[in-house]
Structure formats: C-alpha cells, structure tokens
Design a protein around this ligand. Structure first.
Ligand code: ASP
Length: 883
C-alpha cells in the first residue's frame, strides 16, 4: 500500500538556483513500514527544519513507507516522484525493493543513498552510496571478535541465509584443526524452544545469534528457559541495534552477551539528537541514524557544489533518456568533499562518513559492547576499524576487567566435583552421635587446597562426588567422556579437584590451572620379606655337602699325614739333642698332632709343629692350598650372602620389568597412567602395554588402593605402575612397599575447569601464590607425612642400621660357647684324672689329693709347681680303708 505522508509540494520544477534565492529541494525518502520508522520520520523532519533554519534551502522530504514485498508499488512510486524533480533518493530499508529504486536512480543519475546491509550490492557504475557498514566489514569485525574470544567451537543461530554472508570472513579464518561450526536455523517463531533444546543438547557454549533485533529478546528469553543462558555461555549478537533494546529483564544474567553498534549513545551528536527527537539516545536505531547522516551528507555536498556552480533540477521521466545533469557532480563531491567543508547538521551520528571507490562506506568505527551483568545496559569493551581488520582496540583495561572478576568471584559458590581417593579426598568418620552434611562429610588434600584458594580469592565452594568415581576417559565409540571430565563437560560442576593429571587429550576438552603438584609414573613393588636368619646361618655360604666333604677330607688328610710321617725317616727325630747316637728315635706325628696341624691350617691359624719329611710336607702343602681356597671362598661368599639377604631386589627399573615375565605388572584402568602406556611411541613401554593387555587374569585395577593391596598380597609376583605421589603416600604408611626405579615421565595435577572458565587466571594466581608462600608444601607434608599414620616408615628406616644384627652372627657365639663348654668339661676330666693319679702315686686319699690340688689351682699367685710333693700329711687309716 502506498501511503503518502507529506503532501507533495511541487515548487521547484525546472528551476535554476541562483546565489541569493530561497531554494526549494525535493527529496524522495523510502522507509519501511515498521514502528521504528516513526522515529526516523521525526529525525527527518527535524533534520529538514534545521537545514531550513541554517541555510537558504527549503528542503521537502517526500516520505514513502513501503512494504517489503511491494516491488511494483515501489517502481511506480519512484517513477512518479522523479517526475516532480527530485535532487536525491534515500532508502529503502530493505534489499527486496531496492533493486527497482536503484535502477531508476542509476539510469536517471539521481544521487541515491542506501542505509541497509546489502549483500547483493552492485555499486559499480551507479549513483548509489551505501552508508551501512559493508558486509565484508561486519564479517571481519565478527571474525576478529570470535578469534579474540578464542572460540574454537561455536553454533551460529540464524534467521535467514544472509547470515552466511555475514559470517563468511569468520568462517574463512578457521584453521584446519578447529572444531566444526554448527549452523542452526531459528525457524519462524514465535516458539524457538525446540531448536534451542537441540542446541542445548549439543553442549556448545558459544553462540552467534544472527537475527533481527526485534526477535533477540524473545529468543534469549526462551534460551533462558531451556538453560542456555548460564554463566558459561556466551553470545555475540550481530544486529547493530541489539544494544538499543530494553534489556531490563536480563539484569543479573551472568551470560556473556556482546554485540556491535555504530551509534555511540554517549557521543555529543547522539545526545543532541536524543534531546531533539525526545528519545533516549540509547534507543536510536542505526537505520534512523544512517538516514539522518545521509541527509546531512547530501545537503552538505549540495551546498558545496551550489557554491561553485548553478544547479538545475528538472522533472525527469522513467521513460525518457534525460538524466539529472548534476547528479554525477554531487556524487563526486560526496565522495571527495572540499577540505574546508563543514556539515550542515550538527555532526554525524555514525561517525565520519567515507566511501570507497564503489560508493560503499569505508573506515567506519564499530563499537563492541557487552551487556553489563549487575547493572542495566551495555558498556564498550573495544572498537573495530577496517583499517586494522584483525585487531580490536580494547577500551576496558585488563585491570578493570580483573577487578570486576574479583568482585564476581566473591559472589560465586563453586561446585567442585571430586572422587574418593586418599589422601586427596576421604570421607570423614563421624564422631559418636554426629552426622556430617555438605563439605563436612569430606576431608583431605583437595578440601584443604580449595579452602586455601578460596581464602585468597574470597570465594566459597561445595564438594560433591562424581557418580562413576572415575577420573575421566574418552570413549571413542560413545563419543563421550566419563568421570570428572564428563561431569565438567555436562556442566554439572565448575571445577574438578583431586589427583587429576593434566593430559593433552583432557586439555582439549576442558581447561586446567597450572599444576599444583608435579609427579611421574613409577613402579610400586613389595619389599623382600626378611626371614629371621637361622642360628647356623654362618654355615650358609657353603652347602651341607661341601661341609661334609670338608670334614671327611680333614679326617682323611690327618690320617694320611700320620701314616706318611710314620713312613718318612725324616720325621723320626732324635729326642735327646745332646746325644748324637741315640738308641731310640721319636716321631711326634701322632694322630692328635696330625689333627691339630690340619685344623690349624684350615682355620688359617697355623701350627708350631711342622713336618720335616718331603712327603709329609707335600701332603701338608696340598692341604694348605685346599684350606686357602676353601677359607677365601667361604669369606667371599659370606659377605655376598649377608648383603643379599638384606637387599634382595630383582627389578630396578621399568626396563627390567619389561624384560621378564615372572613378575606381572599393571596399572589403574581408565587413568592417565594406562593411557601413557597405551599411547606411547617408546618401544619398551609399548611392549609393556602389550604385555599388560594380554595378561590373564587382568592386571588392571579399578582403584589405586586395589592395586596397592594386590602388590602386598601377591608375594612379589605383581608390581603396580602408579603415580609417584601416590607411591610416596602408600610407602610412607606401609613399610613393605617400595618405589622401584625413578619416574618414567613427568607431569602434574591441575584443577580442571569448564572450557574458557573466566576465573582461571585468578585460580592460577592463587596457586602460584600458594606455591611461593610454601602453602602447597605444607599441605603436602600434612597429608603425606602427618595425617593418617604418615611418617611411619621413614622412622623405622632410620632406626634400622646398616650393620649385622646379633641374629646374623648368633651361630658363631653358639659355636664359641660350645667350644668353651667342651674345653671346660675336658679340663675337669683331665684335672680329676690327674688328682686320681696323684692319690694313687702318693698313697693318699682322693679327697686329700683333690683338696691339695684344688688349693694349689685357686692360688693364682703360685707360678711354679713342684714335681716332688711336700711330705704328705699323716694318712688316716680309715681314709685308706675307704680307698
Ligand atoms: N591421576 C591419574 C588420572 O588422572 C590416575 C592414574 O592413572 O593414576 O587419570
């Protein structure tokens, strides 16, 4: 429907404008038929009256509201209006009816100003200017913002196919490794919930919402209903008027919502316009501002040209060949205004206007604004300009940003997910009659760590357990993560705190803080169980056979020496050295002496009786040689035997484990330790993985404590590959456990958080602060060495000295005691025998002789003993009788 608002005042047909005349100018203005056009009309009227007041021009604006689909009407209207003699055409606001208007303006060479985003714009060879930022500029601004926000994966929610044009640049800049962009068409509305629910299930967090400003609030309202407006979501709205909506119902929404705008409501011209049009400058729509700027631009150029030459505007016809003669000149002046030219209206609402050679607006500042969380409205975070298309000039300093985050953190209660595993998180054993709730149910390193962090950041937290108790592994078949990582990805928690290892694969899915603990994979093994040494352990270095053979040899050799000595004349000696021709020769090598000689040599003590004959010496030498070999072998073996019994370890490294198959080894199923062996390129570890996988029964354990238990009960037939921190914890408490070898790799535990967690920097800083202040060491010491029976084994070890115990040498003492005992018995027997002989020889009673000899024996000062006895005491007859 064609509706003419202003009466067409045909005053200037066929006129020539001279210097001092009041000049009438007709402008044809095509607007849309929406509610916002009213404000545009007010803006136009206002502009025209300013022009009238400030110049000699009486400008009449012929405003035609047109429906989007009325192409035929548009054609007719434009042809009708050019017959009245128009100096310029403005609008329309939509691309649908633009073509017909642009073709008329182009063929009649009437300057034409467009104010909408036109993806199909062909400006070459035409008289058309487009004041709206070009499709390319908007697309580049959007792509730069996406890049700066570090969005690797996002969903484009769009309303029509123009979105693809707007996003062209942003899509071009994507790298091959970036995850796919998802496109979702919004549909016709007004119920967008089905599509929003689908988007929600895709688990994407970042969205570009490309729909008309009028629909934005409704879409976001419904997004809020389906929980797509949480604090970890972020949106970029592409409509340049999004900031001008009434956002009051979204005060307090924690989602990051950013958009672009070309009208700065805080600029002097916007404030001035707001006052004149009696509206809030924040609500000025870009199309109104662009129309205002277009009129300003044209009238300024017209004035500049009219100052140089006379301009004639006559009626034209769509069916004629006549064209607007000065159209070309005005076009050129708009493109390149004289240096001292000042705009007639007070300033441009969208900033200085420049065009490229095709008449497309260039060099426009696009502001990036974000919805404030606690207050009403948007604030500028940066600006984008086509001169530097790959960068955003930020207005908000990082300090300001940090301060805001600090404040936000104080309002947060972080949901922390964890799993039970000592000493990181353990369930508290309730004292009698007490029931624990909330965080009080747990204790451990992770709880203390969070408490310290929140002490620094002034935040609060609530712990909960992950239902499946797993750390987090990706299942390629189901295409999903389990455990703590899955929990974070499903947005059921903000943070995951426990002994969660930072791995590359996990890092792609979630974010991690800097590590709060460093570690590596190592081997947990059982110490050799120490059997108490046997009493006769000194006999251990030689086998029983050897001992028996030695004893037999000893006896045989002793006998041989005895026999050989009897046969050998050199061993028959003169007993009286002063008598050269003795009547008898004596041989000292009786059985006793022979045994003594052989015993002395095997004990490495020697003997002062030595044979003289060649053959006896040869036998003795042979025995000495045998003794030398046997004693040194015994000594060497004894040393090795004692050392071995103390540190009997069969494996010392992962390589040793890999090279054998007697000791089985495994790791925690579904943990990063197993993943390390699974994904490694190092042949030894890969071979270990193959061994582990093929082992039957399985060598994998579901928890670390299970692995520890298996090591303890398998009698050194099983080793568990575990992280060094956990090995340290276990071997502090169970002294039968030992870490074998060093660390196979090097990694760290970090606090996992949802991707793009905005408080990550604050958490990192808190961790660094704790590291530098020694708090992390204190916590580790507390939970490793002090709590739950820690420090037990280090104490034990220190008391255990590196020397032989009584047990080891007890046998030697026993042999000594037996020797002494035997010697005492023999000495007693010898003594009694001697007393008996004395009693018989001296004809005295046994008792008297015993008394006499005993008295002498205990008189330790008597150094000499008489051979002839002193006169004996009178023998008592009764005494003799008793004998
Ligand atoms: N800390 C490991 C993880 O995060 C568990 C392990 O493999 O020992 O998966």
């Amino acid at each position: 429907m064609l509706f003419i608002l202003c009466a067409i005042v045909l005053l200037g047909c066929g006129q020539t404008f001279a210097a001092n005349q009041r000049i009438n100018l007709n402008l044809a203005i095509f607007l849309g038929e929406d509610e916002h056009s009213k404000v545009t009309e007010i803006a136009i009227k206002n502009a025209l009256s300013i022009i009238k007041a400030k110049t000699k021009y009486h400008v009449v604006g012929h405003v035609f509201p047109l429906q989007e689909s009325s192409t035929f009407e548009a054609g007719q209207t434009v042809c009708d209006v050019v017959e009245t003699g128009v100096a310029a055409i403005f609008g329309p606001e939509s691309p649908q009816i633009n073509e017909v208007i642009q073709s008329v303006s182009s063929s009649l060479q009437i300057p034409h100003f467009q104010t909408f985003w036109n993806s199909k714009l062909q400006l070459n060879e035409s008289q058309t200017y487009n004041l709206h930022p070009s499709a390319e500029s908007l697309s580049q601004a959007l792509s730069t913002l996406v890049y700066e926000n570090d969005w690797k994966k996002y969903t484009v929610i769009y309303e029509n196919e123009d979105s693809l044009m707007r996003l062209r640049e942003s899509l071009k800049q994507r790298k091959p490794n970036d995850l796919a962009v998802t496109f979702r068409k919004l549909g016709t509305g007004p119920d967008y919930r089905p599509i929003l629910k689908q988007i929600k299930s895709s688990e994407d967090l970042h969205f570009i919402l490309d729909c008309k400003a009028d629909h934005i609030l409704e879409v976001l309202r419904q997004a809020r209903e389906v929980k797509l407006l949480e604090d970890y979501h972020s949106y970029i709205l592409t409509d340049l008027d999004a900031h001008s909506l009434d956002w009051s119902e979204f005060i307090g929404v924690v989602t990051n919502i950013s958009t672009f705008r070309i009208v700065d409501p805080k600029s002097a011209s916007a404030k001035n316009a707001g006052k004149l049009w009696m509206i809030d400058p924040k609500t000025i729509k870009s199309k109104t501002a662009l129309m205002y700027d277009a009129i300003n631009l044209f009238i300024t150029a017209f004035r500049d040209l009219a100052q140089k030459e006379e301009i004639e505007i006559g009626p034209l016809s769509c069916e004629d060949y006549y064209v607007f003669e000065h159209g070309d000149k005005i076009f050129n002046i708009v493109k390149k205004p004289p240096k001292n030219s000042r705009s007639i209206l007070p300033g441009y609402l969208t900033g200085p206007v420049f065009f490229d050679k095709n008449g497309q607006r260039s060099n426009i500042d696009i502001q990036i604004v974000e919805l404030m969380k606690a207050e009403y409205g948007f604030r500028v975070t940066g600006t984008w300009n086509p001169n530097n298309p790959t960068a955003i000039t930020y207005k908000l300093t990082s300090e300001q940003r940090e301060k805001e985050l600090e404040k936000e953190i104080q309002r947060k209660n972080f949901k922390v997910v964890s799993r039970i595993g000592p000493p990181y998180l353990m369930t508290r054993v309730p004292e009698y009659g007490k029931v624990y709730y909330g965080n009080d149910r747990f204790e451990g390193y992770a709880m203390d760590l969070m408490a310290e962090i929140c002490n620094i950041l002034n935040c609060s937290y609530t712990f909960e357990l992950v239902p499946d108790g797993k750390y987090g592994n990706y299942d390629p078949d189901r295409k999903e993560w389990n455990g703590l990582i899955g929990h974070l990805l499903n947005r059921k928690a903000d943070l995951a705190v426990c002994d969660l290892t930072i791995t590359y694969e996990r890092r792609l899915a979630v974010d991690f803080t800097t590590p709060f603990m460093t570690l590596g994979i190592s081997i947990l093994y059982a110490k050799p169980t120490k059997e108490p040494p046997e009493l006769l352990s000194f006999a251990g270095p030689l086998s029983l056979d050897v001992w028996l053979y030695m004893a037999t040899s000893y006896l045989i050799i002793s006998m041989i020496i005895f026999l050989v000595a009897r046969l050998n004349p050199n061993d028959w000696e003169n007993p009286h050295l002063c008598d050269p021709n003795p009547e008898e020769l004596e041989n000292i090598w009786n059985i006793r002496n022979c045994c003594w000689l052989t015993l002395g040599s095997i004990m490495a003590q020697g003997c002062d009786l030595l044979p003289k004959g060649v053959s006896t010496r040869m036998v003795t030498a042979a025995w000495w040689f045998f003794s030398l070999i046997m004693t040194s072998s015994y000594t060497a073996n004894m040393a090795a035997f004692l050392t071995m019994s103390r540190m009997e370890l069969t494996i010392t490294s992962a390589e040793d484990l890999a090279a054998q198959n007697k000791i089985k080894y495994g790791c925690l199923a579904g943990g990063s330790t197993c993943s390390f062996f699974k994904d490694t390129n190092f042949s030894t570890y890969h071979q270990m993985w193959v061994q582990m996988e093929s082992a039957d029964p399985t060598v994998f354990e579901t928890t670390n404590p299970d692995g520890v238990k298996r090591v303890l009960t398998s009698k050194r037939k099983y080793a568990f590959l575990m992280e060094s921190t956990n090995i340290e914890y276990e071997s502090e408490r169970n002294c039968d456990l030992i870490q074998v070898g060093g660390q196979i790799d090097s990694k760290g535990y970090g606090i996992a958080m949802t991707a793009n967690f905005q408080y990550r920097k604050s958490f990192n800083e808190a961790i660094l602060k704790m590291q530098e202040g020694g708090v992390l060491d204190l916590l580790k010491n507390k939970w490793w060495k002090e709590m739950n029976g820690g420090g037990k084994c280090s104490e034990e070890e220190s008391s255990e000295e590196d020397e032989l115990g009584l047990d080891n040498v007890g046998g030697a003492f026993v042999v000594l005691a037996m020797g002494i005992g035997l010697a005492l018995i023999f000495s007693l027997c010898e003594f009694l025998w001697m007393v008996k002989k004395l009693a018989v020889n001296e004809h005295i009673s046994f008792r008297v002789a015993l008394e006499h000899e005993l008295r002498f024996a205990i008189n330790i000062w008597a150094r000499q003993k008489k051979v002839k006895r002193d006169p004996l005491p009178i023998v008592d007859k009764s005494d003799l009788k008793t004998k």
